[in-house]
Ligand binder design. Structure first.
Ligand SMILES: [Zn+2]
Length: 426
């Protein structure tokens, strides 16, 4: 009889459980092994479809693991050929468990177990029969919320949709690099329009997606905790409905809610601006600039300075350093003081122009400032043109004189013509 229930390999035998306490013990073991045992993670997790939950210990585990007496990671990993079979364990577990669809519970499973590896989307959850009344009242509650909010047809349908919990990462580099205006638009386009990371990099941040590979938008979204499963989740909803929906979730979605609220406030403005227009228009100056005692009007060139300091500058500078190693106009060659200056300003360039080395001049801080503010430019032959706005002494101190010239290729000449027409103030 005993032999009928077990499978033997060497001395190891796998015997189906017959006590609920054995199931609990296995469940605790499984959750410990997940943390401790590398082999239990990753590929194994994606094989399980039947998950069992015991509220008393607040844990999940798969049937194949909890259905045999004294299971642990090393036994489980050596089970091959021992006839261990998830279908047999499912039958045995039916004694205590019942399959239950609880919308929020797949997310809970994701939160707990999804940390360690991928979980089947089609996973089923079984709960203890003795705990079923608790889950029934939980479902009732969810249904009541659903009734209260009748009136918005779309919301009604979507209320059944539980928003997957956020999975924030610690890396904050990209998130910190951009201000709210960028972040909010990235979040909105991702959640409501299913835009890819690459699309967002190109159209919201203004980068060449072949270069950035979507990593900037991805960094922002991942810091907030928005992953693939959130992409396009609000595609049938308005912003207000989405916010309502987020507020009803058990999980704290504050960061996303705030982002959408800000986005909504600027919605009208956003709608007027075509996708892919200059990202520079949205740049807000950093606190040290805005903290000036009086409201100052921010000029394009000032914005440009800020943009230079934060986006794409290092890539662009590296590219320029590959061509020239010192200021085009003087001898400064200490890389720390060289600025990769755009001839046609970053804020007015498309993403190809932003990264085109032909649109760049490596300059020292003095010469960059003069060029940026339009006090100097160059004619087709590369001869310097100096604004009348500079007096003799300033010219001396800032080290510019009429005999200076630079060499340019045809492509650079085109950009320079643009600079001369649009930036240079003779
Ligand atoms: Zn210089």
């Amino acid at each position: 009889m005993f032999f009928m229930k077990g499978w033997v390999i060497g001395l190891e035998e796998f015997v189906l459980v017959d006590q609920l306490d054995e199931v609990k013990r296995n469940m605790i073991q499984f959750n410990n092994d997940l943390k401790e045992n590398e082999e239990m993670r990753g590929r194994f997790l994606s094989h399980f479809r039947q998950w069992y939950y015991i509220r008393e210990i607040d844990m999940f585990a798969p049937s194949k693991f909890i259905g045999y007496k004294n299971m642990n990671a090393s036994r489980y990993n050596n089970k091959n050929g021992a006839g261990v079979d998830g279908r047999k364990t499912e039958v045995v577990l039916r004694k205590w468990f019942v399959k239950k669809e609880i919308p929020s519970f797949f997310e809970k499973l994701q939160e707990r177990i999804g940390l360690y590896g991928r979980i089947k989307e089609s996973s089923k959850i079984h709960i203890l029969k003795t705990e079923e009344s608790y889950f029934n009242s939980l479902l009732d509650e969810q249904r009541q919320v659903y009734d209260v909010t009748k009136g918005s047809g779309k919301l009604l349908i979507n209320l059944l949709k539980v928003i997957p919990a956020l999975e924030p990462v610690n890396r904050s580099r990209e998130y910190n690099l951009y201000n709210d205006s960028f972040r909010d638009r990235v979040v909105y386009k991702y959640l409501f329009h299913s835009r890819t990371h690459r699309w967002l990099d190109e159209h919201i941040i203004g980068l060449n997606p072949d270069e950035s590979r979507g990593y900037q938008a991805m960094g922002i979204l991942h810091f907030i905790g928005l992953k693939d499963k959130h992409k396009g989740i609000f595609k049938d909803l308005g912003i207000q409905e989405a916010i309502q929906l987020l507020e009803m979730q058990n999980f704290d979605f504050n960061l996303v809610i705030q982002s959408l609220q800000r986005y909504q406030q600027q919605d009208t403005a956003n709608r007027d601006i075509e996708e892919g227009s200059s990202a520079g228009e949205y740049i807000e100056l950093e606190s040290n600039v805005t903290a000036a005692p009086e409201q100052i009007e921010i000029t394009e060139t000032e914005k440009e300075q800020v943009i230079k300091s934060r986006i794409g500058q290092s890539t662009f500078k590296k590219a320029l350093l590959g061509i020239e190693k010192k200021c085009r106009l003087c001898g400064v060659s200490d890389e720390r003081f060289l600025v990769a200056s755009h001839i046609k300003p970053w804020s007015q360039s498309n993403y190809q122009e932003r990264l085109d080395v032909n649109n760049g001049l490596l300059l020292c801080p003095n010469h960059d400032a003069l060029f940026d503010k339009g006090y100097i430019s160059f004619d087709d032959d590369g001869t310097i043109m100096i604004s009348d706005g500079l007096d003799g002494a300033t010219k001396v101190f800032l080290n510019v004189n009429e005999s200076m010239n630079i060499r340019m290729n045809e492509s650079t000449k085109e950009y320079m013509k643009w600079h001369w027409e649009n930036i240079y103030n003779s």
